[in-house]
Write a protein of this length. Structure first.
Length: 122
């Protein structure tokens, strides 16, 4: 998993669509807003991702149900489908976490949850 603090950290081999989104986010974010951006890499385990970011991706906000339970609802603020990847956004006061999840090579359960709940950005 990669954590991006600024665009100078990016590997030139990154997906162009992801790079375009990161450039857009850099222009959108106010200097007073602290957003950590994570890019999930093939082989990253959900448990390791959750430990790193400090919140659950596959359990509801109260930890009472877990995907694929029919009562499950994602605890993120937004889950968007960007064609070749998904974006999850968590907001905590003035801070946030944006997680970019490529559709190839990821955890099957996480990708299934994203496919089920993601919306297309407006």
């Amino acid at each position: 998993m990669l954590q991006i603090q600024n665009l100078s950290q990016l590997d030139l081999n990154i997906d162009n669509d992801v790079l375009d989104l990161l450039k857009l986010r850099q222009a959108q974010f106010d200097a007073d807003i602290n957003v950590s951006i994570f890019i999930i890499e093939p082989g990253d385990a959900v448990v390791a991702i959750e430990d790193e970011i400090g919140c659950s991706l596959l359990s509801d906000v109260f930890g009472q149900c877990r995907y694929p339970d029919p009562d499950f609802v994602p605890s993120c603020e937004v889950l968007e489908d960007h064609g070749t990847f998904y974006v999850m956004l968590y907001v905590f006061d003035d801070d946030g976490i944006e997680i970019i999840i490529p559709k190839r090579g990821g955890d099957p359960e996480l990708l299934s949850m994203c496919e089920t709940f993601a919306i297309w950005p407006v």
